[in-house]
Design a binder for this molecule. Structure first.
Ligand code: FES
Ligand code: FES
Length: 140
């Protein structure tokens, strides 16, 4: 169902009641931070994951400065990847988000931002772990 503002009601729901908004300590060795921007519109999305010793994402937080679709996409992404392994989370595609939220083609890049953000958070976590196991403890 499409609302008067042209957004699908699932987008409105995630926009008005975003899940998992917040911040985690970037320096925590169990936290991976992804910060990405959309060149087309300048919107910015930050997504953070907390990873347990078992390699499972047990908490996710986001902050998005952007349009309704970007906020909804990041909110959806946080719910989707909680409880996943890093490998599974890295495979969540923006097309899945777009489909779930019924985003129109002009809003596809908003969901792509969420895919980029989770990938970037995973990469940050992995490079942090690699640095730690190499014995370099300085935060960068
Ligand atoms: Fe990014 Fe819409 S163009 S807020
Ligand atoms: Fe640019 Fe949505 S992220 S319009």
């Amino acid at each position: 169902q499409i609302s008067k503002r042209g957004y699908h009601e699932k987008v409105i729901d995630h926009y008005e009641n975003p899940r998992n908004v917040g911040n985690m300590n970037k320096l925590d060795p169990n936290v991976g931070t992804g910060l990405v921007g959309a060149p087309a519109c300048g919107d910015v999305m930050k997504l953070q994951i907390m990873v347990g010793e078992d390699g499972i994402i047990n908490d996710v937080k986001f902050k998005t400065f952007g349009c309704g679709s970007a906020i909804a996409s990041s909110s959806y992404m946080t719910e989707r990847v909680k409880g996943m392994s890093l490998e599974q989370a890295g495979q969540v595609k923006n097309t899945e988000i777009a489909k779930e939220l019924c985003l129109p083609p002009v809003k596809l890049h908003c969901s792509l931002l969420a895919e980029d953000a989770i990938k970037s958070a995973i990469k940050d976590y992995q490079s942090k772990r690699a640095r730690l196991s190499a014995g370099t403890t300085q935060p960068t």
